[in-house]
Design a protein around this ligand. Structure first.
Ligand code: NAD
Length: 505
């Protein structure tokens, strides 16, 4: 690690501002960008560093380096490629606390939340180590006399990963370990709002001594994304972000003949039935709605409460929202951090105001929340809005802040109809003690991830992260078996050998 420290910036425990660099062809390079942006700590308002808005020429350099590395990398036996992941897992464990602190500093979530994120990242490295089995094809002998047919999986070539701001450590790992272990080479673009975490992780990747060009990092924004989408060497794109950008990426990638998997935004409903264990349910729903300041694509944002669950649920959830401690995520006892930018704070507060204008009642109002010693932080405290009309704009908009709207309906059919009327399909949850209701919900809810008495139904690394409708564009998802499918192409060989043929064996 010591060598890497001289080149690759990490965290900023020393308080020094960090100039982000790109990592191309096995070396740290200053971007040729003419513009850079500040990277801010959303709790303290301090500038942590600067990130270059790299131009297309930097993407071109990275894609060429990756293309050059590909022929030799794909020939490295998969059993040897896996060895790099074993070492990567060890490095991530050894540097676990440092990476988690970096996530908290640039993204705002609490340290326990950042640790949870990195645990999920590491799980993906572990699952990708199954590549020797997962890359196997299949075969049939004697499809005709003396003729055999074989399916083999081969890597695609150069693949790109484009990440959002809200999980700077985990989301790149939904893709990176699978991409390289299957023999592809990678161009990674982190969110320009949280580039420090990948800067730190790439410093660790450098110490693995992967062949130059196998992993490349390009910092920047939309110009980097569009250059990726148009680059002829890049064969596939894995994207996570808002629905508008996911659609753009999916359409432009497809128009350029690339394979694409694009995870978009969300608006996740939770149904609460009267037979639910309401004490536990309200706690789990509050954690889902307000954890990570509501900036999770699996955050519960709309509670649909059935019949007589109304009063006890409202009492319990109000108490959970009011008692949640908001502050700087590195401090002990803090349960919720800030939202990512001052603009995001204004946007969330504006949506709360609009909901009230549209008829909602603010049961708990988290606007203009002040945290002592952190006057410059982008804090919004937990907010509960009751009886917002389902048809209002805010009820159909992804708020991406610590805001839960609560709606009351008469029965489970009505509630499931509301779930399926929403345009997103990332996640929906049901709270009940009835197996029959749970089965009905699992069967009928038109979403990719279903929770039964679970508030954040985040699939483990060995399951696909299954968004649906406006939350996902593509067919193969991130993580697990889908990843091995996505990052390999199938080749079918039909073969006959003359001696076997002539003997009719
Ligand atoms: P975003 O769409 O603004 O940015 C995502 C990436 O796209 C970034 O790397 C950014 O630089 C790039 N980008 C932004 N605008 C672009 C444009 N006009 N053209 C090309 N590229 C562009 O998303 P965000 O604000 O960073 O992340 C929050 C969003 O991500 C939320 O909508 C959230 O629901 C979603 N998200 C979804 C999942 C999921 O699994 N479905 C997971 C995490 C986050």
């Amino acid at each position: 690690m010591a060598d890497m420290l001289t080149e690759a910036p990490r965290g900023n425990a020393s308080g020094a501002k960090i100039q982000m660099k790109n990592y191309i062809a096995g070396e740290w390079r200053s971007s040729s960008a003419s513009e850079d942006l500040p990277v801010m700590n959303p709790a303290t308002g301090e500038e942590l560093g600067r990130v270059p808005m790299s131009p297309g020429s930097d993407v071109d350099a990275a894609a060429r380096a990756a293309a050059e590395a590909f022929p030799a990398w794909r020939r490295v036996p998969v059993t040897d490629r896996v060895q790099y992941l074993f070492k990567l897992k060890t490095l991530l464990e050894e540097n676990f606390e440092e990476i988690a602190r970096t996530i908290t500093m640039e993204c705002g979530k609490t340290l326990p939340e950042a640790r949870g994120e990195m645990r999920r990242a590491i799980e993906n490295v572990e699952v990708a180590c199954g590549a020797p089995v997962m890359m196997q094809g299949y075969n049939s002998e004697d499809i005709a006399a003396g003729i055999d047919e074989i399916m083999i999986r081969q890597p695609l070539g150069v693949v790109a990963i484009i990440a959002p701001f809200n999980f700077p450590g985990m989301i790149p790992f939904w893709f990176l370990p699978y991409a390289i272990v299957t023999g592809n080479t990678v161009v990674m673009k982190p969110s320009e709002r949280v580039p420090l975490t990948m800067q730190t992780v790439f410093g660790m990747l450098e110490t693995l001594k992967l062949p130059p060009g196998v992993v490349n990092l390009v910092n920047g924004g939309r110009d980097v994304v569009n250059a990726i989408l148009d680059h002829p060497e890049i064969r596939a794109v894995s994207f996570v972000g808002s629905t508008a950008v996911a659609k753009h990426v999916y359409a432009r990638a497809a128009a350029n003949g690339k394979r694409a998997q694009c995870q978009g935004g969300a608006k996740n409903p939770v149904i609460v039935l009267p037979d639910a264990e309401l004490g536990g349910a309200s706690e789990i729903i509050a954690d889902s709605a307000f954890g990570c300041a509501g900036q999770r694509c699996l955050a519960a944002s709309m509670a649909i409460v059935v019949g007589e669950a109304r009063e006890p649920f409202m009492d319990a959830i109000r108490q959970k929202a009011e008692s949640r401690v908001t502050g700087y995520g590195l401090e002990d006892g803090v349960q919720m951090g800030p939202v990512i930018t001052p603009e995001s704070r204004s946007r969330v507060e504006g949506l709360i105001e609009q909901a009230i204008r549209d008829g909602a009642r603010a049961v708990v109002d988290g606007r203009k929340h002040a945290v002592p010693n952190y006057a410059k932080g982008n804090f919004v405290a937990p907010t509960i809005l009751e009886d917002l009309p389902f048809e209002s704009e805010v009820a159909t908009t992804e708020i991406f802040g610590p805001v839960l709207t609560v709606h009351h309906v008469g029965d489970i059919d009505d509630a499931i109809a509301r779930v399926n009327a929403g345009e997103y399909g990332n996640q929906a949850s049901l709270f009940t003690s009835s197996g029959a209701s749970a089965r009905k919900f699992r069967y009928e809810a038109d979403v990719g991830n279903v929770g039964i008495n679970i508030g954040v139904a985040a699939p483990m690394a060995f399951f696909p992260f299954s968004g649906a409708r406006q939350s996902f564009f593509g067919d193969l998802h991130g993580q697990g078996r889908d990843s091995f499918e996505f990052y390999t192409k199938k080749k079918v060989v039909v073969e006959r050998w003359p001696r076997a043929w002539s003997r009719r064996f």
